[in-house]
Design a protein around this ligand. Structure first.
Ligand code: SF4
Ligand code: SF4
Length: 398
């Protein structure tokens, strides 16, 4: 086939470029690719000859700096892709064309595998990869049940209204110990995964401005604008900014809930002001606004997930995606229910369920969709570093 001949010639012409020149990125020996990685490499070679989608996202400019795709390159590109679907809807080689180019789906399959491959410990990554929704719901249900039984055995499950005093149910130090442990575990597992990913994709020396640009692109979800500002494709050819908005609601809702907990911690330790706090206090306002964002954002993402075009994603990954969304929804729903009914006799029960769900959310963060946020930030940083370096291909267009 003419395209394959062109690509094979280009690869032969460029093999070894960079050797002996310290300014250029050395080409690493190719590791064996999985079938999904082979498919990304094949499609990227078609795209490299076509380049119609160059302005859509960071994947295509990063692709044009390569003529062949090693394992680490594919992992980098797969996490640089945020599955907006734009390149599929623009593609003249998409199925039923014989080239069968479906970049969002090919990237999604590899991306899901990277969550498991870089996870720590790897066995938990593989388990979550196979049975995400079951693991997430079992963890939430199991932890909530454990806390309910503990309350029942100590006679604190049934009580008169306690005016929202959570510490009468679970002492403050016990709550700090439980959440400190799961929070540190999540941070440790995510950090180890990120370090392994970062080492694997060999980013090169950092350049001035790269980190700032990457942080801006990550926080503003720049690429969810689709390169033209009109947004992503979801179910059809129409552009929509819905995904960017629901992602923002989810992310900033989560951050406001974390801010609420942080402010409450400062109140407790620095000022000696113990919970419960008034409805008009800063921790409650932050938690309420964050909780609403965390309810609306994931509900919207679930709605989009249910109606997305099949070629955008990997059907086998749906359970993992929905597990994360389900835990976010349960966290916000149980948190808001706890706030509404905190002055009633149901507070202990609601508190135990909410704590169980939140702990399950943090324990599973390193293994699912949240890991993508970490790897994607790393990939965006590599992209901003790499684009400041001279292309190793040294072609005229560069
Ligand atoms: S996705 Fe299709 S249209 Fe876009 S660059 Fe690749 S081959 Fe070309
Ligand atoms: S799906 Fe979107 S982010 Fe992914 S490669 Fe295509 S255009 Fe880029």
């Amino acid at each position: 086939m003419q395209l394959d001949d062109t690509i094979a010639q280009a690869r032969a012409d460029t093999d070894g470029i960079g050797a002996g020149n310290p300014r250029l990125i050395p080409i690493r020996p190719l590791a064996a690719l999985t079938a999904n990685e082979e498919e990304v490499a094949r499609q990227m070679q078609v795209c490299n000859a076509c380049r119609y989608c160059e302005g859509f996202c960071a994947v295509f400019p990063a692709m044009t700096r390569r003529l062949s795709f090693a394992k680490a390159d594919i992992h980098y590109l797969a996490n640089l892709c945020h599955n907006c679907g734009a390149c599929l809807h623009a593609c003249q080689y998409a199925p039923p064309h014989e080239f069968a180019v479906a970049v969002p789906q090919a990237m999604a399959k590899v991306r899901a595998q990277t969550y498991a491959d870089y996870a720590w410990p790897p066995a938990l990554g593989a388990l979550y990869h196979r049975n995400g929704l079951t693991v997430a719901l079992a963890a939430a249900g199991g932890l909530a049940l454990f806390l309910l039984l503990a309350l029942m055995l100590t006679g604190r499950l049934l009580h008169e209204p306690l005016a929202g005093n959570f510490y009468a149910v679970f002492p403050h130090n016990l709550m700090v110990a439980m959440f400190g442990a799961v929070f540190l575990y999540a941070v440790l597992a995510l950090t180890l995964g990120a370090v392994r990913f970062w080492r694997d994709v060999t980013p090169g020396a950092s350049a001035a401005g790269a980190a700032g640009e990457a942080a801006h692109n990550a926080l503003a979800l720049t690429y969810l604008g689709g390169g033209h500002g009109d947004g992503c494709n979801e179910a059809d050819d129409a552009f929509t900014l819905a995904r960017r908005r629901f992602h923002h609601l989810t992310f900033y809702g989560f951050m406001l809930c974390l801010a609420s907990t942080s402010v409450a911690t400062v109140y407790h330790y620095a000022f000696g002001w113990s919970a419960p706090y008034a409805l008009t206090s800063l921790p409650v306002i932050l938690g309420t606004v964050g909780g609403i964002g965390l309810l609306v954002g994931p509900a919207g993402l679930l709605w989009l997930n249910l109606r997305r075009a099949p070629l955008h994603g990997d059907a086998a990954q749906k359970t993992m995606d929905r597990a994360f969304i389900a835990l976010l929804l349960l966290t916000s729903a149980t948190g808001l229910a706890l706030l509404i009914f905190r002055d009633t006799a149901a507070m202990a029960l609601l508190l135990a369920v909410h704590l169980g769900v939140v702990m399950a959310l943090f324990l599973t963060l390193p293994y699912g969709k949240f890991a993508h946020a970490v790897y994607r930030c790393a990939a965006l940083l590599k992209f901003t570093i790499e684009k400041r370096l001279p292309s190793r291909l040294a072609l005229g267009a560069d």
